[in-house]
Design a protein around this ligand. Structure first.
Ligand code: ZN
Length: 335
């Protein structure tokens, strides 16, 4: 007689993983929360106006940051958890953005879903930043994110090695916080592998994550100067304290579209430098839902023929678990 094995047990068995790679353990290493607001709400930090159907109105123009079917322009922790349950994702890392209320929402989610959510914050750069960092750390936040394009819009010209930024990197190192940098587009003035290298040399214990594979884009190799800049950025992957999150392909390679074959060639170049232990899969939802489904964002990398099963386990789970969750293997999802 054949016993029925519960699905929760089955998905962890080696045999089942061999026949169904959809049941690989997964951590989404880069997602965002968008708290619910009244349509027309103006953010006191950015002055951006948040309208219904995912529209964001900024001094630089209007853009839709969510699919139009998200009528209330929100993506809250409860919705994220439903997405994670649907696609078998155990844990997620909430990335910060320059928007008021977002760090509080991240902290709330960390506490509401123990072991399943890690949260990042953004802090003030020029004035209270170090004190804010200390405060967030004492409340249980272990990651700080710097989004260079947004910071430049807010503060004017701001370089990675700005003295105020350097003080914050030093504070993060002192507190043992992980620093995540989105350097902005390759052509952006503050996109500087050299300055990130300076940060790494100045703070020898700092662990640093570079977002979106260093932001390659469709057709990058046809732009020799930019391609060389990107190569210098991924060259930082030779340092054992640097990780790359492999996220936002639907945005960066929008013109190419699924299954993002060219994007994977850049991923291969990155892997050749930093190896399979320091790449972290993620989706950058909910914004990327405008251009791809969650399944597609998994499948792109599941179908990578230059990764074996062990490499995929690292990409989809183990690397993020070690870095963001201290290697903890117990969460409500696995019990
Ligand atoms: Zn993001």
């Amino acid at each position: 007689m054949c016993a029925v094995i519960p699905a929760q047990t089955l998905y962890r068995t080696k045999k089942y993983q061999e026949v169904s790679n959809m049941h690989r353990r997964r951590i989404d290493g880069h997602v965002h929360l968008i708290p619910k607001r009244e349509p027309g709400w103006i953010d006191p930090i950015t002055q951006y106006r948040h309208d219904a159907y995912g529209m964001l109105r900024t001094p630089l123009g209007d853009r839709r940051r969510l699919p139009p079917y998200m009528a209330d322009s929100a993506f809250e922790a409860g919705t994220l958890m439903e997405v994670m349950e649907e696609y078998g994702v155990e844990k997620a890392v909430l990335m910060a953005r320059l928007e008021s209320g977002v760090p509080e929402a991240a902290l709330d989610a960390v506490k509401r879903y123990p072991g399943r959510i890690a949260g990042a914050v953004c802090v003030e750069i020029r004035r209270e930043g170090e004190a804010q960092l200390q405060e967030w750390h004492s409340r249980g936040i272990g990651i700080v994110k710097f989004e260079m394009r947004g910071l430049n819009e807010l503060y004017g010209k701001l370089e990675i090695c700005d003295p105020a930024m350097m003080r914050l990197f030093g504070k993060a190192e002192e507190l043992g916080m992980i620093v995540v940098i989105d350097p902005g587009p390759v052509a952006f003035p503050s996109y500087s592998p050299e300055q990130i290298s300076t940060v790494l040399h100045t703070y020898p214990a700092l662990k640093l994550v570079i977002c979106h594979m260093g932001l390659p884009f469709y057709g990058l190799r046809e732009h020799a100067g930019l391609y060389e800049k990107w190569r210098a950025m991924i060259g930082l992957g030779s340092c054992s304290r640097v990780w790359f999150d492999v996220t936002a392909m639907p945005d960066l390679f929008e013109e190419e579209g699924y299954p993002y074959s060219e994007a994977l060639t850049y991923f291969k170049e990155l892997l050749d430098i930093c190896g399979p232990d320091r790449v972290i899969w993620g989706t950058d939802i909910p914004g990327t839902f405008r251009r791809a489904t969650y399944s597609q964002m998994i499948e792109v990398f599941e179908r990578c023929d230059f990764l074996d099963g062990q490499d995929k386990d690292k990409l989809f789970y183990e690397n993020a678990n070690q870095l963001y969750f201290n290697g903890e293997n117990e969460s409500e999802f696995t019990r």
